[in-house]
Write a protein that binds this ligand. Structure first.
Ligand code: NAD
Length: 473
């Protein structure tokens, strides 16, 4: 157990709660430390302080707000190594993945800090001036999941603050530590109340979505929870941005070189131990290259080191929590009950500590298998054979989800034509998981509502206001 007491940040102050929960290291199943279980009263205090701070923050010069948001990147950078180790310990990911997330958080804070929403002049003639301008919403409630705890909080914090809002952030109860610590460090840069961080269970998230003085919820998590968020946000017609689940297809065309492509396809699916909303979760391979791609994938997978992320050279860690571990074990059991063939993995060793699931490749299961239809959110990948393009496009689109997809082939023109037919918010061609502060990201269908990142994402933290001015006659 760590000696550092993790605290919530409310109105610029460190705040504890009478009740606590314990954060668990998923690689060892040992306790890391306790953290506060915030109460409804403490949430009210956070929202109130955010309201008070909003009055000043909204009129703070844009340049000053941008500078402060950029400085939040410096705050993380000054504590880079400690953040990396804390993230590995609480989330379970390997060092390279932790560097991607912590480095990404710094980068996003600095780059989003350069963005702004410009007024648009609709008409300006004969003393008649019409403009579209953007005003902040007020208090934003941000609710985040456990797969990329700090980065997904930053994706909300940076644009919300730049646009002139103040915030209450609630991390996942499974991974609260990086966000609590960041909230505390941020107070050296921001006025009190601009960024509050509260921790607690799922009920705290629900209280936020119901809170009458929160103007918008920015949520990343599962589709089921997203629906609940949308429903209770209707109480005061809160704005919502929902980044939800996915069951992303990848389509491999017959002209690929299986040996060359195997590594990229592997990481497309297994990065962050597949706890990635945009992981490739269904791999459609043309029948001409199916056997070769499958063989190369198995060969590459055997070279990847799985273990405790804190150990040197480990590339894949455990699942983050017991609930998810049991869910994936159950999915594997279903694969066995159906008599599906494993090309690799499938056997969980229950006797050792840590929520480890071996990399599992399933050989051409029926399209209605649970491992094809459900979002596994764990390292279980179905390889699926297809013959023609119309058929594979129909199969790729036959899902309630529409988060992302990828198409892989030598002939990029042909690949792009196929990509255009996929119902998803992002479609990558011969690449995957390319994100940037200026690239819009959001889901189609039941994968989400709204956009994060880019000026489209920034605009989601503002109300649109039309201003019409005319001289008196
Ligand atoms: P989750 O929905 O269980 O929890 C997400 C957050 O919501 C947590 O902070 C949780 O405490 C809170 N919460 C739970 N019940 C709530 C309620 N009734 N009201 C308000 N808040 C509530 O999701 P998870 O298991 O933490 O994350 C995994 C899911 O997130 C996967 O489905 C994954 O695909 C998705 N995800 C999506 C994206 C994206 O950008 N689209 C990114 C990462 C993860």
């Amino acid at each position: 157990m760590s000696n550092i007491p993790y605290a919530m940040t409310i109105d610029g102050q460190r705040v504890f709660a009478t009740e606590v929960a314990t954060a668990i290291n998923p690689a060892t199943e040992t306790p890391i430390c306790d953290y506060p279980l915030g109460t409804r009263k403490q949430l009210d205090a956070a929202v109130e302080s955010s309201h008070r701070a909003f009055l000043g923050w909204r009129v703070t010069d844009l340049r000053e707000r941008q500078q402060m948001v950029s400085k939040l990147g410096d705050v993380i950078e000054h504590n880079y190594e400690a953040f990396i180790r804390l993230l590995i310990t609480e989330q379970g990911k390997g060092r390279a993945a932790a560097e991607w997330e912590i480095g990404g958080s710094i980068h996003w804070l600095r780059e989003i800090a350069k963005q702004s929403l410009q007024e648009e002049v609709v008409e300006d003639k004969d003393g008649n001036r019409i403009i579209t301008r953007y005003t902040p919403i007020g208090v934003i409630g941000a609710i985040t999941p456990w797969n990329f705890p700090l980065l997904l909080a930053v994706w909300k914090i940076a644009p919300a603050l730049v646009a002139g809002n103040t915030m209450v952030v609630k991390p996942s109860p499974y991974t609260p530590l990086c966000t609590l610590w960041f909230g505390e460090l941020a107070q050296s840069v921001l006025p009190p109340g601009v960024l509050n961080v509260v921790s607690g269970g799922n009920e705290l998230g629900q209280w936020m979505t119901e809170h009458p003085d929160i103007g918008k919820i920015a949520f990343t998590g599962s589709t089921d929870t997203g629906k609940k968020v949308m429903q209770s946000a209707s109480i005061n017609l809160k704005r919502v941005t929902l980044e939800l689940g996915g069951n992303d297809p990848a389509i491999v065309l017959p002209d690929v070189d299986p040996k060359k492509i195997a590594k990229d396809l592997f990481w497309a699916s297994f990065a962050n131990s597949s706890q990635f909303c945009v992981a490739c979760k269904r791999l459609y391979i043309h029948e001409d290259v199916y056997d070769d791609v499958a063989r190369e994938l198995v060969a590459y997978a055997k070279t990847v080191k799985v273990g405790n992320g804190i150990d040197v050279g480990v590339e894949l860690g455990p699942l983050q929590n017991k609930m998810q571990y049991e869910k994936v074990c159950n999915l594997l059991q279903d694969c066995k009950d159906r008599g599906l063939k494993f090309l690799l993995g499938g056997e969980v060793s229950h006797g050792t500590p840590g929520y480890f699931i071996p990399v599992t490749l399933i050989d051409n299961p029926p399209e209605d298998s649970r491992c094809v239809v459900e979002e596994a959110f764990g390292p279980v990948l179905p390889l699926l054979k297809y013959r023609d393009i119309d058929e594979v496009v129909a199969r790729a689109n036959a899902t309630i989800y529409g988060l992302a997809a990828s198409v892989w082939g030598q002939d990029t023109v042909k690949a792009e034509k196929i990509a255009q037919r996929i119902e998803a918010g992002t479609v990558w061609i011969n690449q995957i998981h390319t994100f940037a502060p200026n690239i819009a990201f959001g889901g189609h269908k039941q994968s989400g509502v709204g956009i994060e990142n880019s000026l489209h994402g920034l605009a989601e933290y503002a109300n649109t206001q039309t201003m019409m001015r005319k001289a008196l006659a």
